[in-house]
Ligand binder design. Structure first.
Ligand SMILES: [Zn+2]
Length: 89
């Protein structure tokens, strides 16, 4: 047993409060970002479906190269291949 065992544990409440507020703010921002991305993705689905109909699905709208499968697995509504996507950033 350490000699400090009997002492009450003192939590720095102001620090804890600040940390959890930061966590909460960060969490809210991430949730907002996630929902923004979902909305963008949802908005792209009809055009992705249309591109399946026309046979353009999986082809880059910029250079007509095939979009790698791994990329389409992440988001089937991608319309740019990796190199074109990198150009636009
Ligand atoms: Zn491309």
């Amino acid at each position: 047993m350490s000699k400090d065992a009997g002492k009450p544990v003192i939590l720095d409440q102001s620090m804890v409060g600040r940390l959890s507020r930061m966590d909460a703010m960060q969490g809210a921002e991430m949730a907002q970002e996630a929902s923004r991305r979902r909305k963008l993705q949802l908005a792209r689905i009809p055009s992705a479906l249309a591109r399946i109909d026309t046979g353009d699905f999986g082809l880059c709208v910029d250079c007509d190269e095939e979009i790698v499968l791994g990329r389409l697995r992440i988001d089937p509504t991608y319309t740019l291949c990796v190199s074109c996507a990198n150009k636009t950033i």
